[in-house]
Design a protein around this ligand. Structure first.
Ligand code: GLV
Ligand code: MN
Ligand code: MN
Length: 416
């Protein structure tokens, strides 16, 4: 069997990426296609059509994940599949390629496999996940819902007063959040999961290498800090009689940042979300909600920094910290890494093995003992989660080609 008979087309992939990037264009400030907002709903309709055109059977599950299935023409139609995909949502004012590259590369790979006329011995699935970014609460919602990994009451939670939650947004699109369990699948339905993604960091670009083979994904912890103060008039309350929640929060931010820095380069942490209540120019802030994101390759480092942060928060009057979620800390499957490497070698494509500092739906599958792999391509300047996230389309095409070749390789290997 000659895997190189499967040939993806860069021009088609490029067009899909550019078409998808029109959904959520935010007045020159990047793409705001946060999960289940109007732009996301429109993008999903568009993507469902592209999947149907590709000859896939299209379903939408209870968590609003999109599933496009290509049955085997020679094997059992209900046998376990090899799945590929990523997410369609973006962070607010994010880039055009985080998530989008994975779903468009998967679509192009399946299109190319179909056109090649190869008869694969197992089904393939294209998975488009809901709320990977965590615009509502904890992130990787769709992939965790698929394996019954949601936390109790999670769909009713949001990170801040005034934000919508997933239950509300699922209802808005006509779904019943009570029926979320109907989308749960057995791990035995999957032989493997493979995700293509932009690296979101500078390593591949700095090395001039087009393909990254991901070895693992870091440990990640997300926390919500609430600080209470006393609201009041900004003009009449003397400074020494105030209890300003934002001033207290500012102290926490600075001390937490110092604690993370002093733990060394193995850990990164960010407080990137702050809600000040009531958030009015002439009112003393009465409450602040802020979200902290911590990541490290080393679980022990994350745990010890988290412990320090809890002490910092608790040493501030009327401040509390709670865990939103901990996830990640997963290794990719050595057999899949090998298959990706072989696909690169066969076409003379340089590759490099590396860890992912970003979170992905590919973190969920290893927890279900489903062999998982990730293929990275470089992004310009290593930038991501911002409007100037950019790629070279030839790298995207290389990623899609390596994906297509690896899917075929794995399908025939699975048969053996
Ligand atoms: C997802 O993009 C994350 O790593 O936060
Ligand atoms: Mn992503
Ligand atoms: Mn992202």
């Amino acid at each position: 069997m000659d895997i190189t008979t499967v040939q993806i087309q860069e021009s088609r992939l490029r067009q899909d990426l550019l078409d998808l990037a029109r959904f959520g264009e935010d007045q020159g400030r990047g793409i705001t296609r946060t999960a289940l907002n109007d732009a996301d709903l429109a993008a999903r309709q568009w993507f469902k059509e592209r999947m149907r055109e590709t000859g896939l059977k299209v379903y939408e599950d209870a968590a609003a994940n999109l599933i496009g299935r290509m049955d085997s023409t020679v094997g059992p139609t209900d046998g376990p599949c090899i799945a590929t995909g990523s997410h369609i949502d973006t962070v607010a004012q994010g880039g055009k390629f985080d998530g989008a590259l994975g779903i468009c590369a998967s679509l192009e790979a399946l299109r190319a496999i179909r056109e090649s006329g190869l008869s694969l011995p197992c089904p393939l699935e294209l998975l488009v996940f809901t709320d990977e970014e965590g615009s509502h609460f904890a992130g990787t919602f769709g992939s965790r819902a698929m394996f019954n990994l949601l936390q109790e009451g999670e769909m009713e939670k949001s990170r801040g007063t005034g934000m919508t939650n997933l239950a509300q947004d699922l209802k808005r699109m006509g779904k019943d959040p009570q029926k979320i369990g109907q989308g749960v699948r057995s791990p035995s339905e999957f032989r493997a999961f493979l995700e293509v993604h932009i690296e979101q960091g500078p390593v591949l670009e700095s090395m001039g290498i087009p393909i990254g083979i991901v070895e693992g994904i870091v440990h990640l912890g997300r926390y919500l800090v609430r600080v209470e103060g006393k609201t009041g008039h900004a003009g009449t309350t003397p400074m020494h009689l105030r209890e300003d929640a934002l001033v207290k929060a500012a102290g926490i931010i600075t001390t937490v940042n110092e604690a993370i820095l002093s733990a060394g380069p193995e850990i990164v942490g960010t407080i990137g979300e702050l809600r000040v209540h009531p958030g009015i120019i002439n009112v003393i802030p009465g409450e602040v909600e802020m979200a902290l994101d911590l990541r490290s390759v080393q679980e022990a480092t994350l745990a010890s920094v988290k412990k320090k942060i809890v002490e910092i928060v608790h040493s501030t009057d009327k401040a509390k910290i709670e865990t939103i979620i901990t996830k990640g800390g997963v290794k990719m499957d050595p057999g899949i890494m090998e298959a990706i490497e072989l696909s690169c070698r066969q076409r003379g494509i340089p590759f490099h093995r590396l860890w992912s500092g970003a979170g992905h739906d590919a973190m969920t599958f290893p927890t279900q003992h489903i062999p998982t792999g990730m293929i990275f391509i470089p992004c310009v300047g290593g930038k991501s989660h911002c409007p100037d996230e950019a790629i070279r389309f030839e790298d995207a095409a290389t990623g899609a080609q390596v994906l297509a070749d690896t899917l075929v390789r794995m399908a025939f290997k699975a048969e053996q």
